[in-house]
Write a protein that binds this ligand. Structure first.
Ligand SMILES: Cc1ncc(C[n+]2csc(CCOP(=O)(O)OP(=O)(O)O)c2C)c(N)n1
Ligand SMILES: CC(=O)[C@@H](O)[C@H](O)COP(=O)(O)O
Ligand SMILES: [Mg+2]
Length: 638
């Protein structure tokens, strides 16, 4: 039996000596590489916290002490040592263990939300409750250097520092990288500079990157990495954090278990808010991750463990957007780009390489991304803010009051819109249409294929009197879904041959709509399929099209509540049109992880399901309507 197999809970770790722990750390690394290469997941972040997690579970007493992981993507080791290593054969798969902490899985898990920069606020709340209960428990928050660039962290730090007895231990997991290499590159430079000659020369190179580094990030990295002056005491983190009223321990080698245990034990004994600054390496111990030039295998699809390479994939929605924005950038020098620490994963890297002065990385700070875009727009620029759909939630008020209220030409590009799959409930992009539908003056497009993505992106950046947004799915792009006709802004994809059913398919669901229509045609039900392209606000020509049919069905890869279907129903009511409408979409529930296809099938969003439902509705509605027509013919009103 391996040491790993002997670990069923933290108590087993506490019985081991440091030699055994070193062996265990090696076994865990091999285990992570094997399982994550097979299933996909966050390999780099978890390889970087093996020793840190072991030390945390030896010093603190989970679950009595609450171990919190910010974002939670780096909690695989925590899951392994809390009795779940057998579950890694089904990591992030339907019915398998989640890729983030899960309260249903274990009493050791707390935060299920994968949105960054929340752990310190949870810690402050938990610690206050522990104090009210008489104390003796700690809230221990593991927060990455990237997550620290999120504003919520500083709101929490302000509150945590307010009480010198607050039992909060903040473990800064400083691997010098976030998702995006920009920040990580700087941190990487600075981190490595302390170990190498030529310190002064290289740091000048590092400074070149500062122009892209968020104002918030600069003091953090300068302090955390004992900046150029090299006067550690003057610029060391103690100064920054102690000014906030926080005790600081570190920097500690995040791969040295004895050193980590010593610092964590001191922090535990301190009896008040304290920071332990652990310096780690993302991907540690697995060269293909450490040397992975883009993001040290922050998040990887299944890969060959020997080569560290994922399968070659075709063009994605992201790559089509990436190339088109770069082309637009060459034509429009007022267009600028903003990322929230996800330069490459949102596809802005192409634009950034071609226009190094016209892109900005604000750190994991979506609120700042949007409002700073408003500032850029006020000065005559046309900012393109690229974020994952789910992370836009965090910046709703900024979209509403900082951009739309001023009718500013900001374009939001929402990648990973709709069901994403393996990342689970806090990653599905199922709220954007409901949120943006509430924003006066906001115009939202949902491209159905590569061509319409390029077309609608150009239409969006051409709008100068208010905000626009594009939303598209994760993964491989739909190459081409041709239209047979364009009515105003609406594309007709298929004429049903009768005016029975109008099927309105939003964005990437165009193919689903056409497949359903094929099935229905086999049953003799004529279905006209249209793609609204600009889905919000509802176009008048779509209302007219709907009014000329007996049944309208909408299908969208977004939450039904306040989604496109709701908006079209309201527009029909406003037009005194009583054509029956049925809206199909993502149910307003937190949907667990699985593949995108599995999750969609689980909520009835397949061509077969859509066809079955339309058949039922058509039979009732159209049948009723035809019967009413026939009755009217037989006994005409006098
Ligand atoms: C609000 C929000 N924005 C963006 C992301 C995407 N994201 C996931 S992990 C990550 C980087 C986190 O960096 P860090 O906190 O340093 O953790 P590390 O991966 O280095 O361990 C980002 C940007 C997120 N989860 N939440
Ligand atoms: C944890 C996090 O928020 C991201 O790393 C996310 O897992 C990325 O998912 P994609 O694979 O869709 O980029
Ligand atoms: Mg990091």
């Amino acid at each position: 039996m391996t040491l790993l197999e002997s670990v069923h809970g933290p108590a087993d770790l506490k019985r081991m000596d440091h030699d055994e722990l070193d062996v265990l750390a090696g076994e865990i690394r091999d285990f992570l590489v094997d399982r994550v290469c097979r299933a996909g997941g966050h390999l780099g972040p978890n390889l970087g916290v093996v020793e840190l997690t072991l030390a945390l579970h030896r010093v603190f007493d989970s679950p009595r002490d609450a171990l919190l992981f910010d974002v939670g993507h780096q909690a695989y080791v925590h899951k392994i040592v809390t009795g779940r290593h057998s579950g890694f054969d089904s990591l992030r798969q339907l019915g398998g263990i989640a890729g983030y902490p899960s309260r249903a899985e274990s009493e050791h898990d707390h935060i299920e939300n994968s949105h960054a920069s929340t752990a310190l606020s949870y810690a402050d709340g938990l610690a206050k409750a522990f104090q009210l209960e008489g104390g003796g428990r700690h809230a221990v928050a593991v927060v990455g250097d990237g997550a620290l660039t999120g504003g919520m962290c500083w709101e929490a730090l302000n509150n945590i520092a307010a009480d010198p007895q607050r039992p909060v231990v903040i473990v800064v997991n400083d691997n010098g990288r976030s998702y995006s290499p920009t920040i990580g590159g700087l941190a990487e430079h600075l981190a490595s500079l302390r170990l190498r000659p030529g310190y002064e020369r290289l740091l000048d190179g590092g400074r070149e990157l500062l122009q892209h580094t968020p104002v918030v990030g600069k003091p953090i990295y300068t302090a955390l990495h004992a900046a150029k002056a090299g006067i550690k005491d003057a610029l060391s983190p103690q100064v920054m954090f102690s000014d906030l009223g926080l005790k600081y321990f570190g920097p500690v080698d995040g791969h040295d278990i004895p050193a980590l245990e010593k610092a964590l034990a001191a922090a535990k004994a301190f009896g008040g808010p304290v920071i332990v600054h652990a310096v780690t390496e993302k991907g540690h111990g697995y060269p293909p991750a450490v040397n992975h030039e883009a993001d040290q295998m922050h998040q990887t699809d299944p890969i060959d463990p020997r080569t560290g390479l994922p399968p070659v994939k075709g063009p994605s929605w992201t790559s089509v957007f990436s190339d088109e924005l770069a082309a637009i950038g060459a034509e429009r020098d007022d267009v600028v780009a903003i990322t929230a620490a996800m330069l490459r994963s949102t596809g802005l890297h192409t634009f950034a390489e071609e226009f190094p002065e016209r892109w900005f990385d604000v750190g994991i700070a979506e609120q700042h991304a949007v409002t700073s875009a408003a500032g850029l727009a006020m000065a005559g620029k046309h900012p393109v803010v690229a974020v994952y759909s789910t992370f836009l939630n965090r910046a709703f008020d900024q979209v509403l009051m900082d951009v739309a209220l001023h009718r500013l030409p900001v374009t939001l590009v929402l990648d990973r819109a709709g069901i994403t799959g393996p990342d689970g409930p806090s990653h599905h992009g199922m709220w954007d249409l409901s949120l943006l539908g509430m924003v006066p003056g906001m115009r939202v497009a949902a491209p159905r294929d590569a061509g319409t993505l390029c077309e609608e992106l150009r239409e969006a950046v051409a709008v100068s009197d208010g905000p626009t947004a594009l939303r598209f799915s994760k993964g491989s792009v739909v190459e081409s879904v041709p239209a047979v006709e364009r009515v105003g802004t609406v594309d007709v994809l298929r004429r049903g041959g009768s005016e029975d059913v109008l099927l309105v398919a939003v964005g990437a669901f165009a193919g689903l709509g056409l497949s359903a229509a094929d099935r229905l045609a086999d049953q003799g039900i004529g279905v006209t399929v249209v793609d609204p392209r600009w889905v919000l606000p509802v176009a008048p020509e779509l209302v007219e099209l709907a009014a000329s049919h007996r049944l309208v069905v909408t299908v969208e890869d977004c939450g039904r509540h306040g989604g496109f279907g709701s908006a079209l129903a309201a527009a029909l009511r406003d037009a005194d049109c009583d054509v029956p409408l049925r809206d199909l979409g993502v149910p307003q529930r937190f949907l667990q992880h699985g593949s995108r296809e599995q999750v969609l099938a689980g909520v009835g969003l397949t061509a077969q399901d859509v066809a079955r439902k339309v058949t039922e509705w058509a039979a009732n509605r159209i049948g009723d309507a035809q019967a009413a027509d026939e009755a009217a013919v037989e006994s005409p009103r006098d």
